[in-house]
Design a binder for this molecule. Structure first.
Ligand code: NOJ
Ligand code: CA
Length: 653
């Protein structure tokens, strides 16, 4: 319902929009042909006066002789349902205000700013309708400011780096953000509010990074194309939503699902999509037992694949990933990837035999495409490569884009540029047509498009356990829930039980490897170690991994601090059972868990916790396994050792 809609031409306008609960206030301001906004919560400043500006190549700045022509506002109340994920229901209740702006002279250009104010977020986007004088534009720059206090704390990873998003989080002040950092950028303001600046519905545009501009204000820096433009678009066009999540605590921040609400409903019938837990011909390559390339120690042979299929059956795990089955891994695969063939198995791998064996055993194969960033080579084979899998009843593909840049149209581009964004989107849409779900490694960050494309089940997009063996600190997984995971699930490759392996020493306790299945959500969840670690070494702990769901009814974050620890409870979507997980950094700690979120009744609780003297460095395997009955009036005291964690299964009786 429109509660105000006016037609006029005004030089100066200030209009305030409130969140449905009235706590967040966002003000739009047009002054001297410049557009600004500012935000407060409970009358405390969150974002001070910030400029909004789009610049088009070859055109005068859009802000000249800018007037407000019309504005309208409405309320929207809705609960949306997600087919899979951390929460089945997501609130989509907001106040919307749309400002139609136009030039009174010159090219008489027009554009629209659309705001949606939620109880936990402020969002807005630029919309450019077809113009009187042109219909195609190159965007030179988008200057969207997020004017937060320079003394805010920021937890950040750098942009424009060779390893894409695969970095450790650094804590700094906003004042130190002289170079671009990726979103979600999580911050704590001096007045205590927690913020995360991100974007939703990133399509056909460079992704947004953030840095201080020349006025020392935190501002958008859109990843450019090789020709320098931020995007080439045909009108009408709308930018992704600029999203500022706002919370009273960092735990409240982790509950924010507004990113999904800002995306469109599913674009078709996706009832065929199913979340998946899988093992893989994978970690054996990381610990040097097998190789991707053919040879004496080749991992992806027909024999190994059949053995792993049998193991998956015994373990009660539905899926199996096979890497290194196709032509292209010989020599230095990181450099030779331009020759990768996505429909040609190696001589010792019989894809037809493996696929029929998997089918007979009711195991879903997860196919693999490592592009090494040679996107042209991949796109030339894309349709055939997806048909190849579809014809063999393979419904899942893990893709990869190792390499510091991608090659598209003969040009070297950033993974996160408009060209990259469009390529990833092409794979998601083609996969949907073939009823294939994707797990994208070295992806474009999550912006909630899995609401529209539910077959995008998983992404990597952060430093994962492949970096163990020296480059992962115990604190890393305590940063993720408050930063990267605000952008959706992550394939962290959980469940490595071989902690003290010489090649890849793991910097966690054993119990924590089970905890990851709860603390790090993924629609495709990998139990990444070799089957014998699960069957022979630690079968009891593996029970948790077998039982933990991949699709949850709801999620209750319970306690934590950024980079310190994180404790969360999730309810299964298909049973009344609950799953709890916690992780801590280098500091051991006791956490108090009040079980009052449980339903009425008694639960049989299975505990998988660190023993008293466990330590990620010198006593990682010390595990406590015990059981007892609990109910909603109980509370728990759980110890997490340094670099440790815990998992608990609560089965309703
Ligand atoms: C990087 C991916 O993250 C990893 O999982 C994969 O094994 C390698 N690329 C090879 O494709
Ligand atoms: Ca990776």
């Amino acid at each position: 319902m429109t509660w105000w809609a006016k037609l006029f031409e005004k030089d100066e306008v200030e209009k305030t929009i409130f969140s449905p609960d009235g706590r967040i206030k966002c003000t739009f301001l047009l002054k001297n042909s410049q557009v600004f906004y500012f935000v407060s919560k409970d009358n405390k400043k969150v974002i001070e006066k910030s400029r909004l500006d789009l610049q088009i190549v070859g055109e005068e700045p859009l802000k000249n002789r800018l007037k407000l022509i019309r504005m309208r506002s409405s309320h929207h109340q809705e609960t949306i349902e997600m087919p899979w994920g951390e929460d089945r229901c997501i609130d989509n209740t907001y106040t919307e205000a749309v400002f139609y702006l136009g030039e009174t002279g010159g090219a008489r250009r027009i554009y629209t700013l659309k705001f949606r104010i939620f109880n936990n977020a402020v969002s807005f986007r630029y919309e450019i309708p077809p113009q009187p004088k042109f219909s195609e534009i190159a965007i030179k720059n988008e200057q969207t400011e997020f004017n937060v206090s320079l003394n805010s704390i920021a937890w950040q990873i750098p942009a424009y780096q060779p390893d894409r998003y695969e970095y450790s989080y650094e804590k700094s002040s906003v004042y130190e953000l002289q170079k671009s950092v990726h979103t979600p950028l999580t911050m704590k303001l001096p007045n205590g509010f927690y913020l995360s600046v991100h974007e939703a519905a990133l399509y056909n545009y460079g992704s947004m990074t953030l840095k201080l501009n020349e006025d020392q204000i935190l501002s958008s820096d859109i990843i450019p194309l090789s020709d320098g433009a931020k995007a080439h678009v045909i009108l009408p066009f709308q930018t992704p939503w600029r999203l500022v999540m706002i919370a009273d605590s960092c735990i409240e921040l982790t509950e924010n699902r507004t990113m999904y609400a800002l995306n469109d409903p599913p674009s078709g019938d996706f009832s065929w999509v199913e979340t998946l837990k899988f093992i893989g011909i994978w970690w054996a390559m990381y610990v040097g037992e097998w190789t991707w390339a053919p040879g004496e120690r080749h991992g992806a042979t027909t024999k190994h694949a059949k053995e792993y299929i049998d193991a998956a059956v015994r373990l009660g795990i539905k899926g199996l990933l096979i890497e290194g089955w196709n032509d292209g891994w010989e020599g230095n695969w990181l450099e030779n990837g331009v020759n990768n063939k996505f429909s040609t198995p190696t001589a010792d791998f019989d894809m037809d035999a493996v696929a029929s064996y998997a089918k007979a055993k009711n195991i879903e194969l997860v196919g693999h495409h490592e592009t090494v960033g040679f996107v042209d080579n991949y796109e030339n084979q894309l349709e055939d490569a997806y048909n190849y899998y579809a014809a063999r009843g393979i419904h899942y593909i893990k893709t990869g884009y190792a390499g510091s840049m991608i090659t598209i149209g003969g040009h070297k581009e950033y993974h996160h540029s408009q060209a990259g964004v469009n390529h990833y989107q092409k794979t998601v849409e083609l996969a949907a047509k073939k009823h294939i779900s994707l797990d994208i490694h070295e992806p474009i960050k999550g912006t909630g498009i899995e609401r529209t494309w539910p077959n995008l089940l998983a992404r990597e997009g952060a430093r994962g356990q492949e970096y163990e063996g020296g480059a992962l600190q115990p604190s890393h997984a305590c940063f993720l829930p408050y930063t990267r995971l605000l952008a959706g699930g992550m394939d962290y490759t959980n469940g490595i039980f071989d902690i003290d392996n010489n090649v890849k020493r793991i910097s966690t306790t054993l119990a924590r490897q089970a905890a990851y299945f709860v603390t790090i959500y993924s629609g495709m969840a990998m139990a990444a170690d070799r089957p014998f670690m699960y069957e022979e070494k630690f079968p009891q702990l593996f029970q948790f991994i077998r039982n933990v769901p991949v699709n949850f009814e709801k999620t209750h974050p319970l306690a934590g601090e950024i980079g310190e620890y994180y404790v969360v409870a999730r309810k299964d979507r298909n049973t009344p059972n609950w799953y709890l997980g916690g992780v801590t950094n280098e500091t051991g700690r006791h956490v108090h868990i009040n079980l009052d979120f449980l339903d009425e009744g008694t639960y049989h609780a299975y505990f998988y916790t660190d023993a008293d003297h466990a330590h990620f460095r010198d006593n990682p395997y010390a595990l406590n396994l015990y059981e007892r009955h609990v109910g909603r009036s109980d509370s728990l005291d759980i110890y997490m050792a340094p670099g440790g964690g815990f998992a608990i299964e609560l089965v309703k009786l």
